[in-house]
Design a protein around this ligand. Sequence first.
Ligand SMILES: Cc1cc2nc3c(=O)[nH]c(=O)nc-3n(C[C@H](O)[C@H](O)[C@H](O)COP(=O)(O)OP(=O)(O)OC[C@H]3O[C@@H](n4cnc5c(N)ncnc54)[C@H](O)[C@@H]3O)c2cc1C
Length: 581
Amino acid sequence: MDRDWIYPQSFAATARSKHASIYLQNPSTAKLAEFFDKKGLRSLKEEDRAEQWYDDWLGYQASHRLYASMLTPSPHSPAGVELNLLSYSRFLEVFAYHSPAHGYSVQCTSLGLFAILLGNNQALKDEAKAAIEAGGLLAFGVSEKDHGSDLLANEFVVRDSAPGEYLANGSKYYIGNSQHASIICILARQDDRRPAGQATRVHPVLLALRPKESKGFQGVRKIRTFGVRGGFVGEFRVKDHPFPQADVIARDHDAWDCVMGAVTLGKFFLGFGAIGICEHACQEAAAHLTRRILYGKPAIEMAHIRFAMAQAYARLTAMKLYAYRALDYLHASSAGDRRYILYCAVQKAKVCTEGVKVMAQLLECVGAKGFESDTYFEMALRDIQLLPGLEGSTHVNLALTAQFIPRYFARPENLPAAPKSLAITEDSAGEIFRMTRGRSGAIRTISFDHYLSAYRPLRAIANVRLFARQAKAFQLFFRRQYSDRKAEPNLQANLLMGQCLATIAYGQLMAENALRFDLPAQVTSAIFHLLANDLTLAAITVASSGQFDAASIAALMRRTAVVPRTAAGDWDFISARAGSI
Ligand SMILES: Cc1cc2nc3c(=O)[nH]c(=O)nc-3n(C[C@H](O)[C@H](O)[C@H](O)COP(=O)(O)OP(=O)(O)OC[C@H]3O[C@@H](n4cnc5c(N)ncnc54)[C@H](O)[C@@H]3O)c2cc1C
C-alpha cells in the first residue's frame, strides 16, 4: 500500500489528489464526497451565508446510512462503543474538507451516542443506535450559559417526584443539533437542597431527553456563531419535564465517567476535522498562488512564499502523522494501557492549534484572496478557530497534559507493547474498537516508554537530535520543579509546563509515525526544524513567565535555545509537494 496518503490530500472531484482514493474506497466516505461535489462550492457558501440548516444533507445521509455505517457498524451488538477508528477518522477528515458545519452534526451525534453507550442502560443504548440507524441525530447537553467549563456549578436539576419518577428543570446553552435531535443527553444534578450554609455535594445525573416528545422542552433557539454557521448551536429550557428511571443513563461517578469518556473521544476526533479544513485551504491556496502571476512569474515561485507554503505543508503533515499515530494508542487502549488519555489531550491541545497556525501562514501567502467570501478558505479561517475551544479548551487540555509530567519521564515499568499501526496494516481497517468504561483511574499508574526511544531510529537527522536534546533538558527542568517545590505548581506554571510536554509528546508520536510511514529525511528534518523552534519558544515563554526560579531558568535556556538547520534543497523538496497538492 502506498503510504503517501499521510501527506495533505485534496478530495474535491475537480482537483482530486492521487491518494485520495484510499479514503474514498470506503463507500460511505465516497458517498459523502459525492454529495458535496454535486452541491458545489457556490451553493455551500450561499447556505453558509444564510446560516441555513442542512435538511438535504440529513435526508441524503439517512438514505445512505452514512452516520449509521460509521457510528453503529454493528447495531445489534450488545457491546460498548463499537467503531472502526481508521474509517471514521478518515470520514471526518473528508467531511471537514467539504464542510465543517455539516460535520458538526455527526460530531454532536457521536458525543451523545458515546455518553449513552458508556452507561449501563441497555434499552437506551438500543434506542440511540436505532435512532441513528433511522437517520436521526443525537445531542450532548452539558454546557450552561453561566457556567462554561465549571461543570460543578451547573444548575440544571433533577428532583424526585414519586418513587422511580423525576422532574427535570433547567436550561442549556451551546448545544449542537438541539432542535433536531431524537435524544439529548443532559448532564444535570440531583436536587438535594440542604439548609442554607450547609455544603452540598454534587450528585450528577445523566438523563436522556426526547425533545420531540417532551412538552417541557421549550424556548429552543439558534445561537448565531462565527463558524459552523449552517449547524444549529442551540439554547433551550426544560420545564417540569417528567421522566422515569428508565431515562437515566447514569448517576454519580458513573455519570462523570460517561461525560468525560465521551468528551475524551470527541476532542480526539476534532483533530481530524482540523486536518481536513487545512487540507482544503492548502489546496485552494496553492492553486491560487500558482495561477497568480506577479512580476511575470507565478506568485508561488517567490522565495518567501515557497518557504511559507513549505512550512504550512510540513506542519499539516505533522498534524496527520501525530493524529494517525494517536489513533493507534486509542485503539490499543485497555485497563492496563491508558496512554491514550495523554495523547487525546495533546491531540486537542496541539493538532487543533497547529491547524490555526497553518491557516494563519496560508493567509499570509494568499493575501487578499483569503478574504474573498466565495472561497472555502474564508470559511476555513472561521471554522478552524472553533476547534481549539470545543470539548475542553486548549487550557483545560494543557492542564491535563501537565498532570502526566512525572509519569511521562519516569522509568518505564510493566510497559504495554507499542501499539500496532492501523494505518499501515490496512487490513486492520475491519477492526472494531470496543470501548468500555472503567478505563479511568489514577494517572500515576500509567506507564510510558522511555521518552527518548522514539527518536533513536531517526538519530541520523540533525534536527531530530536537537529536539531530543531539548526534550532531555525539559526532563531535567521538570525534575527540579517537582523535587524542589514545596507546593504544587500553580495553574499558570502548570499550563506552561503542559505546553512543553504537549510539544514533546507531539514530537514523539510524530517520530514514531515518520518511521512507520518511511518519511523522506527531508520532510522529517523540516518538521523537526519547526518543532525545535516551537520548543525553544516554549522555553522562552517559561523563562519569561516569572513562575520559576532563576537557576532552573538559566539551565533550561542554556540547553533549549537551539538553532535548527534545514538545507534549502529540503525545503524545495517540500514546497514542490505543497505546490501540487
Ligand atoms: C460552536 C460551539 C458548539 C458547541 N457545542 C456544544 C455541544 O454540543 N454541547 C455542549 O455541551 N457544549 C457545546 N459547546 C460549549 C463548549 O464546549 C464550551 O466551550 C464549554 O462549555 C466551555 O465554556 P466557555 O467556552 O464559555 O469557556 P469558559 O469555561 O467560560 O472559560 C473561559 C476561559 O477560562 C479557561 N478555563 C476554563 N476552565 C479552565 C481550567 N480548568 N483550566 C484552565 N483554563 C480554564 C478557558 O480556556 C477559557 O480561556 C459549544 C460551543 C461552541 C462555541
